[in-house]
Design a protein around this ligand. Structure first.
Ligand code: GGG
Length: 326
């Protein structure tokens, strides 16, 4: 059966790492047909629209989407695209790899980030000159969905430690509901879990990441804590992610468009290639996904490495080395 894959490189280094992931997928030759869509700052400058309807349609009608990176127009691009594919859970694994000089080499944490609401609901206003507001939306339904997904993910992937991150002592209504709903889900299935105030959790993650497995988070907390964990394992060039819905999904590196290095050909493609491995898993190509992860791990261990990891290799050098190992 042929699967149609939407490919949306987006901005900055998305234009460099997304073709690398497509090359890796092509080297494996599963029955994929790639359809490219435009989105992002450059498209907005040209057409006035950051996410053209054609691109939405391509993502909606494909079996899965590979997305590169969003820049200044992130709120108009990646948030609606996650919605187009019906995703509600953003899965962000932060794993330390052999051979890299990680701050915390015993890290194996998966952030399960609520993906539809919280402070990313897009309800912002300037109510008077110099006065702005933001509405934080938290619903019982979305909180239940993400908690159920998180506990299911932990059970299916062998993680014993589940932590629910919140700030219910301050955001009493919104995170109060998030926490209460997640606790009800845990108790309903007799699952072991812990809860943690997200600020204190940030410190504990830095000092003792080995004590954590799956961390279920509200939207903004998941975005921030996963970047923090990227710092523990060697940087943002290493973290893939999946935006999962009940029928469709979108895969993207955790990093953004990195304008400081865009166009230089030195972006680390590992996060994007590992995102493609998550796509392979999602479409039922588990063996191929494992091969891709093993190839990336081998290259991270023995090189070549891009400058973010202390090497001097280019994006193409690393991609070719991964493909050679496949
Ligand atoms: N590939 C991830 C990306 O483009 N990140 C830019 C960004 O600002 N994302 C916001 C988010 O992940 O919610």
């Amino acid at each position: 059966m042929t699967h149609q894959i939407a490919v949306i490189p987006g901005d900055g280094i998305g234009q460099e790492v997304t073709p690398a992931a497509v090359d890796v997928l092509e080297a494996l030759s599963p029955d994929f047909e790639f359809v490219e869509g435009d989105a992002g700052d450059a498209v907005k400058a040209e057409t006035g629209e950051a996410l053209p309807q054609d691109t939405r349609d391509i993502a909606a009608n494909s079996d899965a989407t590979l997305f590169g990176a969003a820049g200044e127009t992130a709120a108009d691009v990646i948030l609606p695209l996650r919605d187009v594919v019906g995703s509600f859970a953003n899965v962000r694994p932060a794993v330390s790899y052999p051979g890299l000089d990680a701050v915390q080499p015993d890290t194996d944490i998966v952030f399960i980030r609520e993906n539809t609401e919280g402070v990313y609901s897009g309800i912002e206003s300037e109510i008077a000159d110099g006065v702005t507001t933001l509405t934080r939306v938290v619903t019982e339904d979305a909180s239940r969905d993400i908690a159920e997904f998180g506990f299911d993910y932990a059970a299916a992937n062998g993680y014993d430690d589940v932590t629910v991150a919140h700030k219910a002592n301050v955001m009493r209504e919104t995170d109060g509901l998030f926490l209460e709903t997640a606790e009800a889900v845990a108790e309903g299935r007799d699952a072991a879990y812990d809860t943690a105030l997200m600020d204190a959790l940030a410190m504990h993650l830095v000092m003792h990441p080995e004590e954590y497995g799956v961390v279920i988070c509200p939207n903004l907390a998941g975005d921030m804590l996963s970047d923090l964990a990227a710092g523990l394992v060697g940087g943002l060039g290493l973290l893939p992610s999946a935006n999962v819905g009940s029928e469709n999904a979108l895969f993207e590196p955790v990093h953004g468009s990195a304008p400081d290095i865009a166009g230089k050909g030195i972006a680390n493609p590992s996060a994007m290639i590992l995102s493609a491995a998550m796509l392979l898993d999602h479409l039922g190509y588990g063996d191929e996904a494992d091969r891709v992860r093993a190839a990336v791990e081998g290259v991270l261990d023995e090189g070549p490495r891009t400058p973010d990891l202390g090497g001097d290799a280019t994006t193409s050098d690393v991609t070719e080395a991964v493909i050679d190992r496949l």
